[in-house]
Design a protein around this ligand. Structure first.
Ligand code: GDP
Ligand code: MG
Length: 442
């Protein structure tokens, strides 16, 4: 997907202006790309229609290139669909204790795991007293599973009483939660391999007994279209208040999220990112949009850069980087801009494939507080030295360090960092599709 899209945007950036035909051609490709990411056909169609309208109506502003503009319009529209009007992503209604939360979904989707993850979050982040109950009467192992997880995270589980129906257990959980003063009680229901009437009837009964504040559908994000059908079915029959997408630590398909959101209109509240109890995050529409587009957080980078750097300066710099040129003058400019933009790690971390380089630089003892001293060191260099840092020999180093009132070791650190950044810039300019280069350069 990412290859295809960078290909499309490369084509666009090579042209001067954004004509209606360009938009149409590019978005035809985007549509195919979305389908490949497992977005359903009607959703992809609507999405493309919305973007076409926005892109064609919009004048290309002076400070951004047509390529940037399309990247941003596509990205923003993805975020828009993923987010909807919801302001309650990552939140659960748990006022009026005891607040019931009903967990539903197919077997193996991650209900039990997610129940425990959410309980832990409610306990640790929100200071809630939580009671968990397993309604999975078909698989005794499932009840034990919840109990073990409860012990692991320090959350109570309703004592297991063999022979009770899910409705019986739900009543007992409700009673126990009121009596013992729990803030929240969570009902982990049984799932089936596919949707059937018995399952739905059972969940309906439990819902009627407890009137849950939240009915969360837990679905495996890797199952693509099936996940979307599951969501439609559960919402149609039971009515859900939100979705938790699990296994988003998997191969990174965001397409299901987009379809799910568009089809059900229900918020995706959380995503599961692994088997561990901490592997739960609130849903970040912008991250998922970035994942669907396969661009890292390139859009955020473009936005941030636009805020802080003059477009012309960025353009000039991008050209130099693309040619692999990066001297101490560039370094100084970078240092100054990094100060403004929130530090090197933050910036490099946003570029696809640069997280490792950022970590290495950090490991080499660099932290943002040394910006000022490094700028002082560069100021202490002659013009010639700044343009050709490779001529910096021992005697020059001594003079420069003395001029800045600092140690030679600190200058060595600067030189090392310059070399690392220079290498990183070269790598970046060789990146597949040259997205960054194209995005900044146009
Ligand atoms: P349930 O049948 O719906 O209750 O599903 P479980 O909670 O028992 O989960 C089934 C399996 O999926 C377990 O092995 C979990 O550890 C695993 N699992 C759940 N959520 C995630 C997730 O977000 N990422 C990954 N990689 N595995 C998960
Ligand atoms: Mg289970």
């Amino acid at each position: 997907l990412s290859d295809r899209l960078s290909g499309v945007f490369d084509k666009l950036t090579k042209q001067g202006a954004l004509s209606e035909d360009d938009v149409k051609t590019a978005l035809r490709e985007v549509r195919v790309a979305l389908l490949e990411a497992d977005v359903s056909l009607p959703v992809a169609r609507d999405f493309v229609k919305a973007v076409t309208e926005k892109a064609t109506g919009q004048a290309v502003t002076k400070s951004v290139t047509p390529g940037q503009q399309v990247v941003k319009i596509v990205h923003d529209e993805l975020v828009h669909v993923l987010q909807g009007d919801e302001t309650d992503i990552g939140t659960l209604k748990v006022d009026n204790p005891p607040a019931p939360i009903l967990m539903v979904g197919l077997q193996g989707g991650g209900k039990t795991t997610t129940t425990a993850k959410l309980a832990k979050r409610l306990k640790e982040k929100h200071g809630k007293r939580v009671l968990m109950a397993s309604l999975d009467v078909y698989r005794p192992a499932a009840m034990d599973q919840l109990k073990v997880l409860g012990e692991q995270i320090g959350v109570d589980t309703l004592p297991i009483v063999p022979g009770q129906s899910p409705a019986d257990i739900a009543k007992r959980a409700k009673q126990q939660a009121s009596m013992a003063g729990y803030d929240v009680y969570m009902l982990d229901t049984a799932g089936r391999l596919s949707i059937d009437d018995t399952l739905m009837a059972e969940v309906e009964e439990v819902k009627a007994i407890t009137s849950p504040r939240e009915t969360l559908l837990v679905v495996d994000g890797l199952t693509g279209q099936d996940a979307v059908h599951t969501a439609e079915n559960f919402d149609g029959r039971i009515g859900i208040s939100g979705v938790v997408l699990t296994r988003m630590d998997g191969d990174g398909r965001g397409g299901a999220a987009l379809s799910m959101r568009a089809v059900t209109g229900k918020p995706i509240k959380f995503v599961g990112l692994g088997e561990k109890m901490d592997a739960l995050e609130e849903f970040h529409p912008d991250r998922v949009a970035g994942r669907i587009l396969g661009m890292g957080d390139i859009v955020a980078l473009v936005e941030k850069a636009q805020d802080t750097i003059e477009a012309e300066q960025a353009e000039k710099m991008a050209r130099r980087f693309a040619k692999g040129r990066f001297n101490m003058n560039d370094m100084k400019m970078q240092l100054e801009q990094m100060q403004k933009m929130g530090g090197m790690e933050s910036i490099m971390g946003m570029m696809p494939g640069m997280k490792k380089a950022a970590a290495q630089i950090k490991q080499s003892g660099f932290d943002d507080s040394v910006f000022k001293r490094q700028i002082a060191l560069i100021n202490s260099m002659t013009k010639k030295e700044r343009a050709n840092p490779q001529i910096l020999q021992a005697s020059r180093k001594k003079r420069i360090a003395k001029g800045a009132g600092l140690e030679v070791s600190e200058l060595n650190q600067l030189i090392k960092m310059h070399r690392q950044m220079s290498d990183a810039m070269k790598k970046m300019s060789k990146m597949k599709g040259g997205m960054f280069k194209q995005a900044l350069k146009g």
